[in-house]
Design a protein around this ligand. Structure first.
Ligand SMILES: Nc1ncnc2c1ncn2[C@@H]1O[C@H](COP(=O)(O)OP(=O)(O)OP(=O)(O)O)[C@@H](O)[C@H]1O
Ligand SMILES: O=P(O)(O)OC[C@H]1O[C@H](OP(=O)(O)OP(=O)(O)O)[C@H](O)[C@@H]1O
Ligand SMILES: O=C(O)c1cccnc1
Length: 499
């Protein structure tokens, strides 16, 4: 990984079935057969209208470090089947020991807004290698994209207020905490309380103090004054240990001493009770005492709905500290990203000619679960007001169309809905080359640029797509040729099944 948390190789961070399938491909002589897999999700999290792509930097780190160590192989050698015999033969383990990834990988850059069914990552290469990457890629992209999306929603309601991520203590283990801190910053938080994330990922760190500080003194005023003496340049006082408004008065008193010494009372923090009422009353007390610049921080199981409601109630809160509900993505703890085979190289007929592709898809009774075949690109059309629509297009047909041809997009859920974009319509192709034959050809932007990208992207989305209640569906469709190809393939597969 880019910033190493673990001393051990992560190459076995996959499901056993990926390795048993890899063995199957190797044993049956198809390991090198060229395949294309797409990683995509089917539904936005949190009943929202957009998702933020995140996790690519860690995917790159994972792939760059992919190599099975002697210890990994020793472990695989111990695995047995239900007859007690080894699962894998020695020659396969030798093959794995020498395996170097040679895939071509395209991906949508981190911080981009993305929509259902769009490939966020496309992996093309020997099927055995593509298969081994399925689980780690999903693990890395699903969680980070989920948390980045949650943070982006919080940023939308927090508007220009400061947003702090306080989640480490309630996060899902070490990696849950570290990954969430990174994704939360990218999604729109201003800082984290997680110091290791600050160090490893270059995220600003911020914080106040806990109730234990106040409780460790005989009285609250003494606790505040001591804190202000020790850290006069970083004083945000938690005022709700005993009685919030009395706590504010004590903070003001400690603040007066700070001012006399040439420092300032940076803030107070509310962590219980009616945060709207208490912030309004605290603001009055602070302003009356001349502490008009002192910020009011609020925490206590906040999420975007509560922040929105507090704002509507006229709460005087400038800084929001959000922990549990952000880092655990409380109301939807997983993004359902999937990784599906989309094309397989045909048997070569002549050694001089490159053979074509067999397009592959998974059928389902539910239209939404039918995968899309082909070597896909996502073309995002835009105009001066922002993003207009995304079209999933097969790269082979892109190669066939010249720059003067218009393109027609079909709504996958209602084929009668069509939209034509003429050649003058501006667009960006979202998938960019990340690996070429196993070598990384992409430099991840620094974390601050990725974070800035999220806000630029959101500014290009219609407000209706960003609203929380019944958001408007951003148009995503299939390019006409790809749609026709998919329909034909569905009919063929259904016909074959009926026979
Ligand atoms: N004015 C408000 N409008 C909407 N939600 C609020 C308001 N004030 C606080 N909340 C939220 O309501 C929830 C109240 O939490 P809870 O019932 O635990 O109360 P509490 O005051 O924190 O109690 P405790 O002292 O036990 O922690 C929290 O999620 C908090 O952010
Ligand atoms: O509510 P969250 O969004 O998860 O934010 C983090 C919470 O963690 C702290 O509480 P905790 O009771 O653990 O410690 P404290 O004594 O510092 O309040 C803090 O006061 C917040 O309430
Ligand atoms: O610094 C804080 O106020 C903080 C840090 C972690 C969790 N809750 C609050």
């Amino acid at each position: 990984m880019t910033n190493k948390l673990y001393d051990t190789s992560l190459s076995l961070l996959t499901d056993l079935y990926q390795i048993t399938m890899a063995y199957g491909y190797w044993k049956s002589g198809t390991a090198e057969k060229e395949a294309v897999f797409n990683l995509y999700f089917r539904k936005h999290p949190f009943s929202g209208g957009f998702t933020i792509a995140c996790g690519l930097t860690n995917v790159i780190g994972y792939i760059n470090n992919f190599s099975l160590s002697k210890k990994d192989l020793r472990y695989l050698r111990t695995l047995t089947g239900n007859d007690g015999q080894p699962l894998f033969e020695e020659a396969f383990l030798d093959y794995l020991a020498n395996l170097k990834l040679t895939c071509d990988i395209e991906a949508i850059p981190e911080g981009t807004v993305v929509f259902p069914n769009e490939p966020l990552v496309r992996v093309r290469g020997p099927i055995l290698q593509c298969q081994l990457l399925e689980t780690p890629l999903l693990n890395l992209i699903n969680f980070e994209s989920l948390v980045a999306t949650k943070a982006a929603r919080l940023r939308l309601v927090a508007e220009n207020d400061t947003l702090l991520e306080f989640g480490l203590r309630r996060a899902q283990g070490i990696d849950g905490g570290m990954t969430a801190s990174r994704a939360a910053y990218i999604g729109g938080c201003d800082a984290t309380s997680n110091v290791l994330a600050g160090k490893l990922y270059d995220i600003p760190v911020r914080g106040t103090h806990a109730h234990s500080w106040v409780m460790s003194f005989a009285d609250e005023l003494e606790a505040f004054q001591t804190y202000a003496d020790v850290l006069p340049n970083n004083v945000t006082l938690l005022v709700d240990t005993y009685d919030t408004l009395q706590g504010v008065r004590n903070a003001i008193e400690a603040g007066r001493t700070l001012v006399q010494k040439g420092y300032k009372l940076a803030g107070i923090r509310l962590d219980s009770g009616d945060l709207a009422y208490l912030s309004i009353e605290a603001r009055k007390l602070l302003d009356e005492a001349g502490f008009t610049d002192t910020a009011i921080v609020a925490s206590n199981d906040l999420d975007e709905t509560i922040i929105n409601s507090l704002k509507q109630q006229g709460a005087k809160i400038n800084i929001w500290g959000v922990g549990t509900k952000l880092v655990t993505a409380y109301d939807q703890p997983a993004l359902g990203g999937v990784y599906k085979l989309a094309a397989l190289r045909q048997e070569s007929i002549s050694p001089d000619e490159e053979s074509g592709w067999d397009y592959k898809m998974k059928l389902s009774e539910q239209a939404i679960k039918i995968s899309t075949p082909g070597i896909q690109q996502v073309r995002r059309f835009r105009n001066e007001r922002g993003f207009v629509a995304d079209m999933i297009v097969d790269e082979n047909s892109l190669n066939d169309t010249d720059s003067t041809t218009s393109m027609t997009m079909i709504d996958p859920l209602d084929f009668t809905k069509r939209r034509t974009f003429d050649a003058k319509q501006e667009f960006d192709d979202l998938l960019v080359p990340v690996f070429r034959r196993g070598t990384c050809v992409y430099t991840s932007p620094d974390i601050h640029s990725i974070r800035a990208r999220v806000q630029e992207q959101l500014a290009n989305l219609h407000p209706g797509v960003k609203r929380f209640v019944n958001p408007h569906t951003y148009p995503v469709g299939l390019e006409k040729q790809l749609h026709e190809l998919k329909t034909e393939l569905i009919l063929k597969l259904r016909e074959r099944n009926e026979q």
